[in-house]
Design a protein around this ligand. Sequence first.
Ligand code: ADP
Ligand code: MG
Length: 392
Amino acid sequence: MGQLNTQMVSRIFTNLFDNKPPQVITRAPGRVNLIGEHTDYNEGYVFPMALEFQLLTAAHRRSDRLVRIHSIDYRKTVEFSLDGPIRFDPVNRWSNYSRGVLALLLENDIKLSGIDLAFSGNIPQGSGLSSSAALEVGTALTLQALNGFSMERPELARLCQQAENTFVGMNCGIMDQFISMMGQKHHALFLDCRSLEYRHIPLELNRYRFVICHSGVKHSLVDSEYNKRREECNTGVAVLSQRFPRIKTLRDATLTQLNACRKELDPVVYRRCRHVITENQRVLQSIDSLNQNDLMTFGRLMNESHDSLRDDYQVSCDEIDLLVEFARNFKGILGSRITGGGFGGCTVSLVEIAQISDFSKQLIEYYQNKTHITPQIYISTPAAGAEIIGGK
Ligand code: ADP
Ligand code: MG
């Protein structure tokens, strides 16, 4: 990927589309979830932060019904009309995220004009840092700016999620689109996935930084196991709600209630539920610890989150466990865990700045020796959510 900046995106846009400069330029960030994993679809709590890695869009409104979308990174353009049904494109899959947003807006009776749109991003794709959500969010903000419809950002985030669920066919929760839309510089975002109430929590990282490490693996189990976990949670709720009718999702259950039903629960289902219940508690404790500037406790909660995901929820894998164990044994590291859906993807660790260079070097060497894979390391401070950054 070449250099990513607004001038470059703007210039390519102008050269490609009839020598018109863009009317709107947006940026939309990727994200990393710091704690609160597999809680979103159980209506629980998550705690992501937006990253400096981002996707830039440039666009111009058209007076007709044509849509032209250009991927600068793939050097491909698609064209279709807003009048026909908007179809899933099995060849240019990258275009489906924008197509989905357009289709959902039209379904919601939003009046849209045609558009020329070009985009480029530096969020690693398919790594669990949510390049897909950034693409949806960038598209949605652009369309709003060009067409002037009123919709609050949380609602727009929900629409982007629906686009990914129903159009792209990826059954993700609301977290990714929400944080990309709503992030704030120097803050992480505490989100209640039931009510969509949220709070920006200041991240005073002092002499620490979050270091993300991509394992380079993504085991094919991801989709099938993800669906299985969702079913296991539903099974748990069905049992729990017989004795405690107020429990509608695992968000409503306590550990005491879970233990009261232990005999009626399949042991695997019991452990899945235990993860979700304790993980929600850990998110709440994390907010408390950060409010008290207690990074040590936050690091410990990250470690406990990983152990629970590895042992109770069973969504880790050998490669990720290698990275986490190595990090935990390294001087100046407060905590390390898997982040994202599981079975590969990334870890996130809270690392003392003075140690980052040694840690990165030694981690790469260690992991390469064990797996013959080169891991990728990314460092980012908490960045702002999506915004309009240019155009005229
Ligand atoms: P993640 O969201 O974890 O990065 P996904 O598989 O959900 O992984 O989304 C990645 C897909 O999003 C890519 O395969 C591509 O289709 C699309 N995408 C993301 N960023 C870009 C980009 N800069 N250019 C073109 N397509 C992109
Ligand atoms: Mg994605």
